[in-house]
Every structure is written in structure tokens, then in C-alpha cells.
Design a protein around this ligand. Structure first.
Ligand code: HEM
Ligand code: HEM
Length: 170
């Protein structure tokens, strides 16, 4: 009889995290992908970010509630950084839509060329690389532990090289 595999929230988060990380890397290289892919992919990454935030909604709610009372320093740092990420990505996606060369014309609208929106898009997308880097660094242990468990669990475990007590006695 087939046994049902248990659903893992952590595994689900790991896959969403990997998808948005890959999407973000590609979105940061519009000269490699071309403009059409850049715009559609980035909008998709935007949906990925929304999913990511919704999956951590409980954390957002609880941390906001305790922000001005008892809260661990690390959670406070994460909160400020996550807020900065939210502002930066909202700016990037909004300014991206304003200067759009592919998506907006499909809707019969004309994006603006150059000017403040273009500068904002460039500056925010440069700044966000550092924010994402920091965000990943602060969750590095989680990423390594769960990647080992859920992505590379099929690899054979490293052989124990330590001498067993029974062998040492011989
Ligand atoms: C390339 C982009 C991003 C990557 C690779 C990424 C990755 C991660 C990872 C690995 C975690 C911890 C593991 C987990 O529970 O999923 C996490 C947690 C979290 N991320 Fe992101 N994230 C990204 C963008 C964002 C953005 C734009 C926001 C917007 C606010 C955000 C908000 C959060 C929140 C609220 C948490 C849970 C609380 C915490 O531990 O900080 N993330 N993210
Ligand atoms: C994850 C989100 C995004 C990131 C990281 C990102 C990043 C970038 C980067 C690094 C550039 C090159 C800037 C330069 O050469 O000065 C660029 C250009 C551009 N992006 Fe985005 N972008 C994102 C979202 C979007 C969205 C959603 C749209 C439109 C729907 C968009 C439209 C454009 C356009 C039209 C340009 C060309 C600007 C020009 O050279 O005149 N971007 N983006």
C-alpha cells in the first residue's frame, strides 16, 4: 500500500526561496535576457515575493505586534531589513512599470523614457542587491541545513572516520 508523503512547510519555503533567488538573479541582468523577458520575468518575481511574504505572514504579524515590547535583537534586525526590502522592491517594480517598453504598450499605454523613473529603477536595483545579500546571509544557516536535508538528502552520508571505541581498544 502506498504511504502518503508528509507535507513540509519548510520544504515549500525552500522551493519558493530558490525560485525567487533564481528569478531575481536573472531579473538583475536585463542586458543578458533582453527587455521582454526582463519585464515579464520581473513581474513573475514580484508575484513570487508576494507569495514569500504571505507564507511568512504569521511571523510578520507576531513581530509587528511585539516590535515595541519584548523582541529578540535578531528578529528586530530582520524586521528592519525586511521592511527595507519591501520598500525597495515596491519602488523597483513600480518604476519598472512606469518605464516599461514591452508590457505597457501591450495594454495600449506608453511608458516614460528616461527621467526620474529610470534613475529610480537603476539606483533601487543596485541597492537591493546588498539588501538581498544581507537577507540571505542572515538566513544562511537555515538555507544550508534545509538544502542538505531536502535537496541533497539522497547523497550518501559522509563515512565516519573517527575510530570507534571498540577498535581503539584492539
Ligand atoms: C531574492 C529575494 C529573497 C530571497 C532569496 C529570500 C530568502 C529568504 C530566506 C532563505 C528566508 C528564511 C527561510 C524561510 O523561512 O523561507 C526568508 C525569510 C523571510 N523573508 Fe525573504 N527572501 C527574499 C526576498 C524577500 C523580500 C522582498 C521580502 C519582503 C519583505 C522578504 C521577507 C521575508 C520574511 C518576512 C521572512 C521571515 C522572517 C525572517 O526570518 O526574516 N524576503 N527569506
Ligand atoms: C525584480 C525586479 C527588477 C529588477 C531587479 C530590475 C533590474 C533592472 C536593471 C539592473 C536594469 C538596468 C538598469 C540600467 O542599465 O541603468 C533594468 C532596466 C529596465 N527595467 Fe528593470 N528590474 C526589475 C523589474 C522591472 C519591471 C517589473 C519592469 C517593467 C514591467 C522593468 C523594466 C525595465 C526597463 C524598461 C529597463 C530599461 C531601462 C532603460 O535602459 O531605459 N523592470 N532593470
Amino acid at each position: 500500500m502506498k504511504t502518503k508523503k508528509k507535507f513540509s512547510v519548510t520544504k515549500q519555503n525552500l522551493w519558493v526561496d530558490l525560485l525567487i533567488a533564481g528569478g531575481f538573479l536573472l531579473a538583475s541582468q536585463p542586458h543578458l535576457t533582453g527587455m521582454a523577458i526582463h519585464e515579464w520575468l520581473s513581474l513573475g518575481v514580484g508575484v513570487g515575493f508576494l507569495t514569500h511574504i504571505l507564507l511568512h505572514w504569521r511571523w510578520v504579524y507576531e513581530t509587528t505586534r511585539r516590535l515595541f515590547s519584548k523582541l529578540a535583537g535578531q528578529a528586530r534586525v530582520n524586521y528592519v531589513l525586511n521592511l527595507a526590502l519591501l520598500v525597495a522592491f515596491t519602488l523597483i517594480i513600480f518604476s519598472g512599470i512606469m518605464i516599461s517598453e514591452e508590457v505597457l504598450p501591450l495594454l495600449g499605454l506608453q511608458g516614460v523614457h528616461g527621467g526620474i523613473w529610470k534613475s529610480l529603477h537603476t539606483i533601487a536595483s543596485e541597492a537591493v542587491v546588498w539588501l538581498v545579500g544581507l537577507h540571505i546571509a542572515l538566513h544562511w544557516r537555515w538555507i544550508v541545513t534545509n538544502s542538505k536535508k531536502y535537496l541533497f538528502g539522497w547523497l550518501p552520508k559522509r563515512r565516519q572516520t573517527a575510530v570507534q571505541p571498540s577498535e581503539a581498544a584492539v
